[in-house]
Design a protein around this ligand. Structure first.
Ligand code: SF4
Ligand code: SF4
Length: 404
């Protein structure tokens, strides 16, 4: 695991083409576009119907890893997600933008502490409620979705966050994002694309819901405003990068130093005066340029083998930010066919726990720009090469948390 104090801090973690970049609407996410293709209806989760049908077929056939007990584990893990926030629909269920239970007299009296103390309190509370990583950044308006399924998100002067008939209003005073990651179970992720891997993803969503709802209510109890968010309202990955949680990798998601990409992200938006963290650089982009493991392991060929680009390669991508575009519809269509979500790209990413040196010997598709050779410096420095004999198992670094 790469210690944070050895990382480089950077001011501009993204290269952005301002001429091309526009705020992204939820309606262009693959969840929405595949839902529409399948049913003709506008919604978040109609794509699930095909996945559930294939889940049932595989279960009835008794396929190993797809049995009733495996699916039961997944449904149990997902239960709190569905109860609290359903993956994130703004201002619904327990993700309400108004306080849930906090008495008025607490909401109306903000505690009188400086921003350093408030930041420590919020971070401690976030960990208490279940976050494995937490960082703070300014809420950059360009990362706020332009619109949800129907209504736009509008940032303007207002007394509180609210949903009107025509829009979601985020007050300009809500200018901070507390961004959090919850780690998933490595052993279960590695069973991808089986249902067990899906179960740890589902538990990640449930934990996202618990943490988002609890931290927002805590902030309201301290006399400040808070919007709890899961996948909704704003793009989680760029906010997580800005808050110093990690870097964006070839596989299209955040790579953290502690858990690699084996995390799920949530955020709470607030007007509480907080101190920002700084974006980090621990070499992910350069590393990914020489590593193709996720792209090679993707059953749907959704991950790019090319260089990062400002261009979109489908309507599901947003152009204007230099990155590796992901063919998200292909990814989601594989989930449907698979009868469960997939985490192959996460499972193979070397950052998940360090390398197995045996990969170098066993790899039959060796490319000239071998990742294991190219990154020998990092491998030595961070213990990936701690083997007693060539070909033996390297040191395996597990996240400190496995499940709740
Ligand atoms: S989740 Fe699976 S299908 Fe989707 S990009 Fe990753 S490896 Fe490919
Ligand atoms: S598998 Fe390799 S290329 Fe893909 S995200 Fe991880 S380090 Fe980057």
């Amino acid at each position: 695991m790469i210690p944070r104090h050895e990382m480089t801090y950077i001011d501009k973690p993204y290269k952005i083409d301002k001429e091309k970049y526009e705020r992204f609407p939820v309606t262009r996410q693959a969840f929405a576009t595949v839902s529409y293709k399948d049913t003709g209806d506008i919604g978040y989760n109609f794509w699930l119907d095909k996945m559930m049908a294939n889940m049932a077929v595989k279960m009835q056939k008794g396929i190993e890893g797809r049995k009733q007990e495996h699916n039961a584990l997944d449904f149990g893990a997902n239960s709190l997600n569905l109860l609290l926030g359903n993956y994130g629909k703004p201002n619904t269920q327990f993700l309400k933008w108004d306080p849930l239970f906090t008495p008025d007299m607490m909401q109306e009296n903000s505690v009188d502490y400086d921003s350093d103390k408030l930041t420590s309190m919020v971070k401690e509370a976030a960990v208490f409620y279940g976050a494995d990583l937490v960082g703070v950044t300014d809420l950059d308006p360009k990362w706020v979705f332009s619109k949800d399924m129907v209504k736009p998100f509008v940032i303007k002067e207002a007394d509180k966050p609210k949903e009107t008939e025509g829009e979601f209003v985020i007050p300009k005073s809500i200018n901070k994002a507390i961004v959090m990651a919850v780690a998933m179970n490595v052993d279960m992720t590695k069973t991808s694309p089986s249902v067990k891997a899906s179960a740890t993803t589902s538990l990640g969503y449930s934990r996202m819901g618990i943490t988002a709802v609890a931290l927002a209510e805590y902030i309201r109890g301290l006399g400040y405003q808070a919007i709890p968010t899961m996948n909704d309202t704003a793009l989680s990955i760029p906010l997580a990068v800005d808050a110093g949680l990690g870097q964006l990798g070839r596989l299209g998601i955040l790579i953290t130093p502690e858990y690699g990409p084996n995390v799920r992200l949530l955020k709470v938006l607030t007007d509480m005066p907080l101190e920002n963290d700084r974006p980090i650089d621990f070499g992910v982009v350069e590393f990914c340029k020489n590593c193709y493991l996720c792209a090679e392991s993707c059953p749907s060929k959704a991950i790019s083998f090319d260089e990062p680009t400002y261009e979109a390669d489908s309507d599901n991508n947003n152009p204007g930010v230099e990155k590796w575009p992901i063919k998200s519809e292909k990814c989601l269509e594989f989930w449907q066919e698979n009868g469960a979500s997939c985490s192959n790209c996460i499972a193979v990413c070397p950052f998940i726990e360090g390398y197995k040196s045996t990969m170098c010997i066993e790899c039959e598709d060796c490319r000239t720009r071998c990742v294991l050779q190219t990154n020998t410096f990092m491998r030595k420095k961070y213990g990936y090469l701690e083997v007693t004999k060539w070909g033996g198992e390297s040191k395996v670094l597990y996240p400190r948390r496995k499940g709740l």
